[in-house]
Design a protein around this ligand. Sequence first.
Ligand SMILES: NC(=O)c1ccc[n+]([C@@H]2O[C@H](COP(=O)([O-])OP(=O)(O)OC[C@H]3O[C@@H](n4cnc5c(N)ncnc54)[C@H](O)[C@@H]3O)[C@@H](O)[C@H]2O)c1
Length: 362
Amino acid sequence: MKPFRAAIVGTGNIARRHAESLRRIAEETGEVALVAAADTDPDRLAAFTAEFGIEAGYADAEALFAGTEADLVHICTPPGAHVPVALAALEAGSHVVVEKPATLTLAEFDRLIEAEKQTGRYVATVSQHRFGSGALRIRELLRSGIAGRPLLALCNTTWFRDQAYFDVEWRGRWDTEGGGPTMGHGIHQIDLMLSILGEWTSVSALARQQARVMETEDLSLAHVEFAGGAVASVVNSILSPREESYLRFDFEHATVELTHLYGYTDADWRVTPAPGHEEEVTAAWAAGPSQVRSEHLAQFREVVRALRDGTAPPVSTSDARPTLQLIAGIYASAFTRSAVRPGDLGPESPFYRFMQGAGPVW
Ligand SMILES: NC(=O)c1ccc[n+]([C@@H]2O[C@H](COP(=O)([O-])OP(=O)(O)OC[C@H]3O[C@@H](n4cnc5c(N)ncnc54)[C@H](O)[C@@H]3O)[C@@H](O)[C@H]2O)c1
């Protein structure tokens, strides 16, 4: 079988992870080949194509789509460029893997879904923390019934970014990033939490400009309710000198905790069975998948597998949309000072077209 031909648009920081992961899969299975890259910065492009031995380099995405037929286009530009590049890639006949956040608004996200339908090609959003073995284990613990019902979750992204971080012109702005730490940083933990707890039904939140000079919030707090009855507290901050990514799930029969920063291994998970459930919980956890780090490589292996099988690569648009919708709900609740349900965020809502709605209102 011929390898899938992959291309990368945007050759900055995160693009290296994409290229390294694709190289590794090429070595493991020969199922993918990284054949082209594009960047509007010629120096970055030249360094990147040289480092990864990529045969074709282009000054922009349009030139790439005109010059190279790609099965798969990885979009690693700043968020504001994701949608135009994704739409052009779908039009050119390629499937898309787009970095988080896939789009700046729900309206844009729905344009991608529409374009998927029209072109018969797929859009996958990068959300690597869904793919580590710990995430697979916790889902299995829940599915098997051994964990019991989910009751309570804590979802903290307490990171630190100094003022200089926001000197980069696309950071900390609604029109280029779609929000602050809720959208740009907490999205990973929020997405992992939703992938485990399922459909959310209501959110009450506040957002603050507490310390940084920027357009967006620098912290947000939210209470979320789920269809299954669980409730969660979500904190997103870039003001926290002791940085941590922390998820805690209190199920009826076990507490499962994850403490890490930008990626986890099995050692970052802790399971505490409830009294009377020690043996069952401990045995089920130990028997689950192991030794897969939560990194791009783990997700891209599944993407290539799905392409081979002709199915939608993960994380599909239907799986990724609830995460963006909850983030829109956090902003809507914070800026309207009221609880928000998913049904409040349809096309008639100002928060459908702009994450800050008609606000922000501080
Ligand atoms: N999944 C993760 O853990 C993770 C981590 C960091 C960043 N990201 C995401 O990756 C994306 C890129 O972030 P980064 O830190 O690599 O940014 P970066 O600024 O380092 O790189 C972006 C690159 O895109 C190029 N570019 C900009 N507009 C372009 C266009 N229209 N066409 C072609 N090239 C263009 C820039 O010249 C630059 O080289 C963002 O969406 C970010 O949120 C994800």
